[in-house]
Design a protein around this ligand. Structure first.
Ligand SMILES: *[C@@H]1O[C@H](CO)[C@@H](O)[C@H](O)[C@H]1NC(C)=O
Ligand SMILES: *[C@@H]1O[C@H](CO)[C@@H](O)[C@H](O)[C@H]1NC(C)=O
Ligand SMILES: *[C@@H]1O[C@H](CO)[C@@H](O)[C@H](O)[C@H]1NC(C)=O
Ligand SMILES: *[C@@H]1O[C@H](CO)[C@@H](O)[C@H](O)[C@H]1NC(C)=O
Ligand SMILES: *[C@@H]1O[C@H](CO)[C@@H](O)[C@H](O)[C@H]1NC(C)=O
Ligand SMILES: *[C@@H]1O[C@H](CO)[C@@H](O)[C@H](O)[C@H]1NC(C)=O
Length: 438
């Protein structure tokens, strides 16, 4: 709106007083209408809760130290995007991987605090892929950190892993005709536990959580004791199938506002690349092969619904409805409606083009609508970040935090002789992780 004023001002000078006054009135009433409408669109306060439900913007201060263990193919990228945007808005430092680790913390290696880029120390939020190591994270994160993760139903998850990592995981590559049926008919014919990225083919959730994904399912004590440890560490285990309910529990745990958890789904496959496990027999084979993950999931799905019951099913359902309404409003503002999912080649803004795991899979994304002709206005920052894929957002955050660190280093000279201290031990040579996005 400010850029509408100078030309108006000039126009006023040239007009008679009366006409100018009339015009001014007209402009003012239009402005007030616009402001009213945009306040309406922003809808900061969701409808008052039903009796018995806690008020949606909590009166407690927002909790800002969070470890989000981002698991693979579980909608984790969408949660990461929520956390990154929160961190930017609240000036919270996010731990990001050292260059030698790509945009994951040297996954699939065990997480080490040495993998964290020194310009992102000390962090309050961590949300990039890593293999969980509680001791190391405790060294890195503040002592009031809340731990959160997300699990996905193993049949759908395995189908997703099989397609997405088909070119990286040798166990999958070895299968004739890329047939998942052939793999599941005899997994041990293709799977070699020692191979790089073998974890994408077997109990991937358990691996990401730091467990032994090849542990014998016949051992009756292993999984229950693993689950007990997880329950001690994680305050919330979200479930991808109940994503909005999960976000409501997350918002409540952290005392955030509903505004802080609005999202669009990121890192999704296009319809051409989506499989469909329609056969019960195939689903049963996937669950049998990933037996540890299946039991882990069932346990935490049950825990999840107990938490929903504790929070009050109706209260959670009501907040889910408020969340969906608020998301739709944001999408209308950013994209003029539900954004259309597009293949990367059709996305004009390269900051918004998602990374493609291989030529055989398309990961779709969003483009922002073109700016008003002639306005030359840059895209709305909030909308841009909402749709920004993981690789670009991670790079952007690292650049931004590095600039801040350098500015601070300039102010506090002469502490370190030059630059910022390196990690205590030199990093090993680049680990053969996945190739960088183009
Ligand atoms: C974050 O930092 C910026 C610049 O340093 C400042 O303008 C802004 O008010 C801060 N925001 C919060 C929520 O602290
Ligand atoms: C990684 O962590 C797991 C589980 O804590 C442990 O069994 C394994 O030995 C570790 N691997 C390395 C290379 O340190
Ligand atoms: C957490 O750390 C702060 C200072 O860093 C300390 O004052 C506090 O006692 C610690 N709390 C716990 C529970 O260890
Ligand atoms: C692979 O596909 C081709 C053509 O669809 C078929 O002729 C061949 O038998 C398949 N191979 C296996 C091992 O299933
Ligand atoms: C999957 O396949 C089944 C049967 O072939 C069909 O009924 C179902 O609609 C399909 N689901 C999707 C998501 O395509
Ligand atoms: C998760 O648990 C709920 C409640 O017990 C159940 O109704 C639902 O079918 C479970 N979901 C999956 C995907 O197993």
């Amino acid at each position: 709106m400010p850029y509408a004023l100078p030309p108006l001002h000039c126009a006023l000078k040239m007009m008679s007083r009366k006409k100018a006054l009339l015009l001014l009135l007209l402009v003012l009433s239009t402005l007030s209408l616009l402001i009213h409408q945009s306040a309406h669109l922003n809808c900061r306060s969701p409808k008052p809760s039903s009796p018995g439900c806690p008020p949606a913007p909590s009166s407690r201060p927002k909790h800002t130290s969070v470890t989000f263990l981002k698991t693979h193919k579980t909608a984790g990228t969408t949660v990461q995007n929520i956390l990154f945007r929160f961190a930017e808005q609240h000036n919270v430092t996010v731990a990001l991987p050292h260059h030698a680790c790509d945009h994951q913390f040297c996954y699939p290696r065990n997480f080490s605090a040495r993998f964290v880029h020194p310009h992102t120390l000390p962090p309050r939020i961590i949300a990039s892929h890593l293999r969980f190591q509680h001791q190391e994270l405790r060294r890195l994160m503040p002592n009031d950190t809340l731990y959160v993760t997300i699990l996905r139903e193993p049949v759908a998850m395995f189908e997703s892993l099989f397609t997405y990592y088909n070119q990286y995981c040798s166990a999958f590559k070895r299968v004739p005709n890329g047939s998942m049926e052939a793999f599941l008919a005899n997994p041990l014919a293709f799977y070699r536990p020692q191979e790089k990225f073998s974890m994408y083919a077997h109990n991937t959730l358990l691996y990401d959580l730091g467990g032994d994904n090849d542990h014998s399912p016949a051992d009756p004590t292993y999984l229950p004791s693993f689950i007990r440890q997880m329950e001690e560490v994680f305050s919330l285990v979200m479930i991808a199938e109940y994503f909005d309910e999960s976000l409501v529990l997350l918002r409540r745990l952290l005392s955030w506002d509903l505004e802080d958890v609005l999202y669009v789904k990121l890192n999704m496959r296009g319809p051409r690349s989506k499989g469909n496990i329609s056969s019960e027999a195939l689903a049963a084979r996937i669950r049998a092969w990933n037996g540890l993950d299946a039991r882990l999931y069932d346990h935490f799905n049950a825990t999840f619904w107990r938490k929903v019951a504790q929070a009050g099913r109706e209260c959670v359902a009501e907040e889910v409805r408020a969340l969906r309404r608020a998301c739709e409003q944001l999408l209308r503002r950013c994209f003029g409606g539900r954004p259309q999912l597009r293949p990367a080649t059709q996305i004009k803004n390269k900051e918004l083009r998602p990374w493609q795991p291989s030529s055989k899979v398309d990961i779709v994304g969003y483009d922002l609508p073109p700016p008003m002709p002639g306005s030359g206005a840059p895209p709305d920052e909030r909308c841009l970040k909402l749709a920004m894929p993981e690789v670009q957002y991670s790079r952007y955050m690292l650049r931004k935090q590095s600039q801040r660190t350098r500015r601070r280093a300039m102010l506090h000279r002469p502490l370190p002789p030059r630059g910022v201290p390196r990690p205590a031990r030199a990093l090993p040579l680049r680990h053969p992780t996945m190739p960088k996005a183009a």
